[in-house]
Design a binder for this molecule. Structure first.
Ligand code: FES
Length: 335
């Protein structure tokens, strides 16, 4: 190394000593929480309890299948907004009565928000459920503090009511931070098939010989490094969907095919093979679907873009043959 360069480096290292990056404690603590197994037995019991609630089709409504994404982040706006507004009013002289009213609104609206969160939580991965449990505990503590705040205000002990309200807001803040970690760091509630249209190139892609596809059995193929589920029906029709489930990226090619649909092996979401529509949750987003054709004995697939068919109904097995452009999208062996 030239002496001049060595000299420059020495000068820089003495003049500008390299700053030692300190690790932020919050992400470190949250990552530890994900790996903390001590509450797993409680989590198992709670998950079983939530899954056994007799919610019927209401369960999908709570997940947000009708909305296309989870309802929970929307539902929490009312209690969090009410409680935050109550804190602002508590800082204004003579507004404690209005603050109490908002605390009451928050308490009433917290129940449906908690129910949407619990149904989503029961279908998450273990690491997500660990964080979700602490998120729920923080919010339950907040609920208790606000209930006590309201009780004190009713007795005329406004100062104590205010103090409890501020403590409640602190607990809600901790719960919100954990909810953010769940949603953004751990991708709970996100659409895990969202990147497919951005990764798969336009046009037709060959995915293998028809003769290699066992009738009625799901097979995994790949297009531009994106796993694709390919199913050849007993009638010769070939269907293809993105393989990673939109809920939490479960492998649909390891799922069960029945009545024109595939059921995810992880949490039981059901997708219609003909167009990827999510017939049953917890998945709230449909699965990217491919047009298919057979050329010289080989199956070719082409991603359908932005033209999801209208859901006819939620009956499993509805077989749609067009993609909204009038183009035949499924081809039998002889096509
Ligand atoms: S990964 Fe959860 S239903 Fe598919």
């Amino acid at each position: 190394m030239p002496y001049a360069l060595v000299g420059t480096r020495l000068l820089m290292s003495t003049t500008f000593p390299r700053r030692r990056e300190r690790q932020n404690r919050i992400p470190w603590l949250l990552d530890r929480l994900e790996r903390e197994p001590r509450a797993d037995k409680v989590i198992d019991a709670l998950r079983t309890g939530v899954r056994s609630l007799p919610l019927g089709r209401g369960r999908d409504a709570l997940h947000g299948r009708w909305l296309g994404h989870p309802v929970h982040p929307v539902a929490v706006q009312v209690p969090v907004g009410s409680w935050f507004s109550a804190a602002v009013l508590d800082l204004c002289p003579g507004r404690s009565r209005e603050a109490g009213l908002l605390i009451g609104v928050g308490l009433v609206s917290a129940a449906p928000a908690a129910l949407t969160g619990a149904t989503d939580w029961a279908e998450l991965r273990q690491e997500q459920q660990r964080v979700g449990l602490v998120h729920a505990v923080s919010n339950t503590v907040a609920f208790g503090l606000y209930a006590a705040s309201l009780a004190y205000r009713a007795k005329g002990r406004t100062a104590a009511g205010r103090t409890l309200g501020f403590l409640g807001l602190t607990a809600v803040g901790v719960g919100g931070m954990l909810g953010g970690h769940l949603a953004y760091r751990q991708a709970a509630g996100a659409n895990h098939a969202e990147e497919v249209p951005h990764v798969v190139r336009e046009g037709w892609h060959r995915v293998g010989a028809v003769a290699d596809l066992p009738a009625g059995r799901p097979v995994r193929r790949s297009v531009d490094d994106v796993p694709v589920l390919v199913v050849r029906g007993t009638g010769g029709t070939v269907h293809a969907l993105a393989d990673r489930c939109s809920h939490l990226a479960g492998p649909l090619s390891e799922g069960t095919v029945a009545d024109g649909c595939v059921e995810c092996p992880w949490h039981g979401s059901v997708f219609r093979l003909s167009d990827g529509w999510n017939v049953r949750g917890p998945a709230t987003a449909p699965q990217p679907a491919f047009d298919t054709r057979v050329v010289e004995g080989h199956v070719e697939v082409r991603l359908r873009r932005g033209d999801h068919t209208e859901p006819a109904d939620d009956g499993a097995g509805t077989d749609r043959r067009t993609n909204g452009t009038g183009v035949d999208t499924t081809h039998g062996l002889g096509s």
